[in-house]
Each structure stands twice: as C-alpha cells, then as structure tokens.
Design a protein around this ligand. Structure first.
Ligand code: NI
Length: 256
C-alpha cells in the first residue's frame, strides 16, 4: 500500500468529484494521504478533510508565496490548529525565489516564524524550496531543524544538496517529476539517496507524471512514480511502496 505524503485535495479543481475520488483511493492501493496546507483558508479546508476521511492526515502551514497574508492573529490561529488530533506536520513552509513574490525578506521572516512554531508544537516540517537552496539550508541550520526532522518536498536539487539534507536526517519527497525525460539531475540524485530517506508524493493537482503529464494529478498516478523509482533503484515495486510507507509513518509518527 502507498503512503501519499503530499497532496492538495482542498484545491477547488477537485470540487466536482472530490468525494468520489478520495473514496476510491483505498481500493486502488493508497493507504494514507497527507493533505498539506498552503494558505490559512487551505489549512481550514485541510482540517475539514481530516475530520471527514479516516485515512487523511493534515499539515498546517503557509506556503512562501502566500506569506503576505500572515499576521499575528491568523498566525495564532495556525498554531492552535497544530494541536488537532490528525495534524502531523507543519507545512508547507520555505522559500520560493522562482516567484519572488512576496519579496525574499517577507518569505524568510515567516519561514523562520513557522520553524519556531514547529519546534513549539513538536512536529516535523514539510519544506518547499525552489531556486533557494543556500538560504533554505542556512535557515534550517540556524534553527537546528535537524532535531525536528522533516521532508524536502518535490526535491529538485542536485546530489551535492542532497548530501547536506541527508546529513540533517531529512527525507526527500519524490513525485511525478522523476518520470520526466529531462529529469536527469534528479535521477542522479535519487541514485545517491538511500531508500530509507524517500517519501512518495504527488503535489496533486500539480506535477502529474508521464504518461499523464499536464493533466490534473491525483494519488492514483503514484504507481507510475513507484515504477520509475523501482527501475532507478533496481528493486521491486512492492518494496518501494513498503519502504516509503514505513518512512512516512516513522517521520509523521503514525501507528506508534
Ligand atoms: Ni505542495
């Protein structure tokens, strides 16, 4: 069975068939879904999903591109939600210099605030880092984030950066991008990353794998990702599912 470690089923593109889709996941081999917050409103919707579906867990956090909306009041709300029984991580948080919106100083401020929050509530972190490898690492180190544990979502950097995160004990979220023909750098990095540090993720509705690239993504596409990882690591598909599921349960402290 598969542990989907990063999806956004709160997104409005699922409004039409969300219940039908989510209800079909288990019979298609998806055991758990971690729905990841990206704005205050999406955190609210994530909480509702965790209450409705027994196999859906949640992460509370504000994506770097949405940090302009944060203030002391809604930040206090965010922190309070971390105590909800099915909230297992703080995320997604981080830096996105591909879209320098809002400016880097604002992104950094709220990345740091949310790292402190994760420390206060004792949860692992889900990191979004795009075109910001050095600043992300510097800030994580400054906040002793190795102690918290976490995952680099949609890991897209080269082997050298993978080494830094491995030393911090972090996990690597691998999704549809690994199936893309131009993902040479990522495939090399995955050859280097040990399997006990890999999590499966989609980032649904984004980043659908080949052969469905460009379409709305869902966890039902994860077998394509599993197959690609199995080929790169030269192991069986079932082994990929088992190890990545064990990894996710360990990081997010499920079934203890
Ligand atoms: Ni995401």
């Amino acid at each position: 069975m598969i542990f989907e470690s990063h999806a956004h089923y709160d997104d409005e593109v699922f409004d039409e068939d969300r219940d039908e889709l989510l209800s079909s996941l288990r019979e298609n081999g998806i055991e758990y879904v971690l729905n990841v917050g990206s704005s205050i409103e999406n955190c609210r919707r994530t909480l509702a999903l965790t209450e409705r579906y027994p196999f859906v867990y949640g992460a509370m956090g504000v994506h770097p591109s949405e940090t302009e909306e944060l203030n002391e009041e809604n930040f206090a709300w965010l922190k309070a939600q971390c105590a909800a029984p099915k909230v297992v991580a703080v995320g997604e948080i981080g830096l996105d210099y591909h879209w320098q919106e809002p400016e880097a100083a604002v992104q950094k401020k709220w990345f740091e605030r949310q790292l402190v929050l994760a420390e206060e509530v004792g949860l692992p972190v889900i990191i979004h880092s795009r075109d910001a490898a050095k600043d992300t690492l510097d800030i994580l180190r400054a906040h002793r984030a190795a102690e918290r544990g976490g995952v680099i979502h949609c890991f897209s950097y080269a082997k050298e950066i993978a080494r830094e995160y491995l030393e911090m004990g972090y996990y690597f979220g691998i999704g549809g991008v690994i199936t893309f023909k131009n993902a040479k750098k990522l495939k090399e990095a995955l050859q280097y990353i040990p399997m006990d540090r890999v999590l499966l993720e989609t980032d649904s509705p984004y980043l659908a794998p080949e052969p469905n690239r460009g379409q709305r993504n869902s966890s039902l596409n994860l077998p394509y990702v599993v197959r690609e990882i199995a080929a790169i690591k030269e192991i069986g598909c079932e082994e990929v599912e088992q190890i990545t599921s064990d990894n996710a349960k360990r990081l997010f402290r499920l079934e203890q």
